[in-house]
Design a protein around this ligand. Structure first.
Ligand code: GDP
Length: 284
């Protein structure tokens, strides 16, 4: 079930000299990523494949039943995705507009992905981290109580649109039902919904409401575990196992593999960029 066009995978970290040689033939934007690949192997694994980092703490016979390597792109594919997220003259990455209602949403023809999550889950930090290769992009944050929360649209070259949805939890469900639900139900070019869950506290009641909504509308969605730098490896593994069990038993539309990330250490950010590039058809 690996994404089409992707060569497996993480094990190729151990062929680093060959990978670096191939990457040096890419254009200069990949040079930044080539620097990343020069990190010591263990640090590199933690940065690129955080789930496999916790996998080492599972008994070998317990590993098969967990979905830890369904999406297992090679470092070259991760570098290709980083290029897509790098702003250049020819690949403009910009904030487009904001909307409080779906009928005010910009009419953008490209495939779209959206990010939803409870207030404070780390959504703005994650989106900033994803756009760190386009530093001029301003990720707008409207958090002050009483301020209208908006959907913010960003275009990534000619490739896809990223939508930052208002956080739920505070003043939910009104905001959520009015805006998020209608968007999820009606947005035709929505390819994937990224549902953020705080890795420290796991799935909360309001997260369940969002999960139920994705299930009800039969949307393909993915659970992203945020703030993994705050958890010990043992705690993170426990959360991963619990949430994966939940995903396996209770969901239909959720991608079986979780995506742990940290906006502080950048762990998992490159892999998430690669997954976004893949689900929007940009790595085929
Ligand atoms: P949002 O309300 O979902 O947009 O959440 P923010 O991105 O504003 O983050 C909420 C709080 O969590 C802030 O204090 C962030 O600094 C913190 N935070 C966000 N992401 C991370 C992370 O990956 N690691 C750590 N340690 N803190 C984070």
């Amino acid at each position: 079930m690996a994404a089409p066009g992707l060569r497996l995978g993480a094990e190729r970290l151990f062929e680093m000299p060959a990978v670096l040689e191939r990457l040096s033939r890419y254009n200069s934007t990949s040079q930044a990523f080539a620097e990343v690949l020069r990190l010591p192997k263990q640090q590199l694994r933690k940065l690129l494949y955080p789930l496999q980092e916790v996998e080492r703490f599972l008994a070998p016979d317990g590993r098969q039943e967990f979905h830890l390597r369904i999406f297992d792109p090679s470092p070259e594919d991760i570098a290709r995705a980083d290029n897509i997220f790098t702003a250049t003259e020819r690949n403009r990455i910009d904030y487009v507009s904001s909307a409080v209602r779906i009928d005010h949403a910009p009419d953008l023809p490209r495939p779209e992905v959206c990010f939803i999550g409870r207030s404070n889950v780390g959504k703005s930090s994650l989106i900033k981290a994803l756009f760190s290769l386009a530093p001029e992009v301003e990720v707008r944050v409207s958090k002050k109580p009483g301020h209208t929360k908006k959907m913010n649209f960003f275009k990534v070259g000619k490739h896809f649109t990223v939508v930052d949805m208002p956080g739920y939890g505070f003043r939910a469900p009104e905001d959520f039902v009015d805006m998020v639900e209608t968007y999820l139900k009606e947005r035709r070019n929505l390819k994937r919904t990224f549902l953020l869950v705080d890795s420290v506290v796991g799935i909360q009641k309001t997260d369940n409401t969002a999960i139920e909504m994705c299930e009800e509308f039969a949307l393909p969605y993915v659970i992203v575990l945020t703030k993994i730098d705050k958890s010990s490896k043992g705690h993170l593994l426990k959360q991963v196992l619990q949430i994966q069990k939940f995903v396996n038993m209770k969901t239909q539309g959720c991608f079986p593999q979780l995506f742990p990330v940290s906006a502080v250490t950048f762990s998992g950010i490159h892999l998430l960029r690669c997954f976004i590039a893949s689900v929007t058809g940009n790595l085929d």
